[in-house]
Design a protein around this ligand. Sequence first.
Ligand SMILES: C[S@@+](CC[C@H](N)C(=O)[O-])C[C@H]1O[C@@H](n2cnc3c(N)ncnc32)[C@H](O)[C@@H]1O
Length: 248
Amino acid sequence: MKHKTQNERLAREVLTDREAKRAFVRQMFDRIADRYDLLNHLLSMGIDILWRKKAIDQLQPAPRWRILDLATGTGDLGFEAGKRGGDIQVIGADLSLPMLRRGEKKNASQTNPVAFLCGDGECLPFADGAFDGLTIGFGIRNMASLDAALGEMCRVLKPGGRVAVLEFSRPRTPGFRGVYNFYFERVLPRIGHLISRDPNAYRYLYESVMRFPEGGDFCRYMADAGFVDVQTIRLTFGIATLYLASKP
Ligand SMILES: C[S@@+](CC[C@H](N)C(=O)[O-])C[C@H]1O[C@@H](n2cnc3c(N)ncnc32)[C@H](O)[C@@H]1O
């Protein structure tokens, strides 16, 4: 059970300490930035593309909305939002410069480019009420403090603004759950290690998803941060969940 011991050590050393987690997460994404998109689409078999479309469909951005795509990484969720037309302006913020540089390169093929900037989701460089909509895809789990990040997300939204949070969750369907857990804990970290050349990245993915307060627990975090009308949509047997909410 070598992998269990390694996972436990990673969780003890990184996931329980706020500063250690922030530094670990940034350095990890800095290292894997060049292979991030390939790994994403390969390991999810392209389903991540459909999840991002669904997130923006449900957000229902209106013409001339200003949207913040937080933890934007290489920008895919922001690009999806920008495709909806109607002069939507998308700003993408992330902690990792190498991830943002990849996104900047992808801007060349977009009709509505994302304005990328380096920023910490727990201390956003924007005024109160600066955005009509906010998206965050597979980023909230990586924040060192969930309360701080959700508080900032609510602060920078206008009253009546809407948020879409896309995040991994844990499937509950009997049968599927066992097969998926085996793939997620045992197979995916090995393929992830080979392609990303980072032994910890996909071990971290597994541990962080197992520890994330998903479903109703996460809805309570959102409500505590000030969001209302919190709804959840479970995607692909619950591998991921879309959380939608508004600022009152
Ligand atoms: C799994 S990637 C998701 C990227 C993109 N949203 C997507 O859908 O593919 C998570 C991103 O969160 C970023 N991140 C982690 N902590 C952050 C923080 N405190 N502030 C801003 N970005 C952060 C990482 O740098 C990384 O790019």
